[in-house]
Design a protein around this ligand. Structure first.
Ligand code: NAP
Length: 267
């Protein structure tokens, strides 16, 4: 396990790398962890989960605010600052009313993207009114929803499994938003992993035991462990949290594409 401490110099180098500067030969743990994100030049998808020792991302009532420790949260904000867009599902917006800001670190705030297939957002959620980074909302083309102040609404033709994550990425790419962080919740992350579209998965584990509530990663069911993902993984101590940095195989789609993503382990 590598110990990850980040200096201001390394962070400045990473921010420069994300703006297009040339990669440098640096061997410290922080550069090793963040340079694949900052240095990605084509479409790149990072998914991140902050979970308890028992694999939960919230209580059954949806309280998820302080699962990650301060270093896990700072890590999440660094990831946000290095991508062009951060994606959450509508379940996360309704449960947490998040700002999706980078307030714990110095750096640019990514465009905020919400997947709201059935157009249930009301328009009074904080991210439409907080003066933060631009907001894009993806809706199903047949959904009739409210007008959303300050947001760009993009209608996508739904497929059997809802909105196709590739269609979402393509629409973002047309807006020059190529580096993307899929931040949750579980159902939204599942759709991107099941579609074989995630390059890196960060699982940050915090020493808290909840014992009930939703799990962070719930993929389409498999029968045999031979079908499980076994990513090449680096492990980092962030301080308050332990981070598993997993390289997923992009293009490895689940053979159950098209099935409903089932949310198990709710309690
Ligand atoms: N600890 C963490 O790291 C973390 C991060 C984020 C959120 N959370 C917690 O996670 C919980 C929310 O997770 P969740 O899994 O319930 O909700 P979610 O993933 O935020 O949102 C799920 C909703 O978005 C829809 N959706 C997502 N992607 C879609 C797509 N490609 N096409 C169509 N619909 C799509 C889902 O549709 P369907 O109903 O059709 O599936 C569902 O209605 C909250 O308690 C939140 O606090 C924790």
């Amino acid at each position: 396990m590598r110990s990850m401490e980040i200096t201001e110099t390394t962070w400045e180098r990473l921010l420069a790398l994300s703006r297009g500067a040339a990669d440098i030969a640096a061997s410290d743990a922080a550069y090793g962890l963040y340079s694949p994100i900052a240095g990605a030049r084509g479409q790149f998808v990072l998914a991140q989960v902050g979970q308890s020792l028992c694999g939960r991302i919230a209580t059954p009532a949806g309280d998820a605010r302080v699962i990650s420790g301060p270093d896990g949260l700072a890590h999440l904000h660094r990831c946000r600052a290095l991508v062009d867009a951060v994606i959450v599902g509508v379940g996360t917006v309704r449960a947490d009313d998040p700002k999706l800001s980078v307030r714990m670190v110095k750096g640019p705030a990514p465009v905020r993207v919400v997947v709201d297939c059935h157009a249930v957002l009301e328009g009074d959620e904080s991210l439409f009114h907080d003066g933060g980074a631009p907001v894009i909302v993806f809706r199903g083309a047949n959904a009739r929803g409210r007008a959303l102040p300050t947001a760009e609404v993009i209608d996508l033709e739904p497929k059997a499994c809802g909105l196709d994550p590739q269609d979402i990425l393509d629409a973002l790419a047309r807006r020059n938003l190529l580096r993307v962080l899929v931040e949750g919740g579980a159902r939204t992350i599942a759709r991107f992993i099941d579609a074989g579209l995630v390059d890196r998965l960060h699982v940050a584990i915090s020493p808290i035991i909840i014992g009930s509530g939703p799990s962070g990663i719930i993929l389409s069911p498999i029968e045999r462990l031979a079908g499980a993902h076994r990513p090449v993984t680096e492990v980092y101590s962030l301080g308050s949290d332990i981070l598993f940095d997993c390289r997923l195989e992009r293009g490895r789609a689940s053979d159950r594409q098209g099935q409903e993503v089932r949310v198990a382990n709710q309690a």
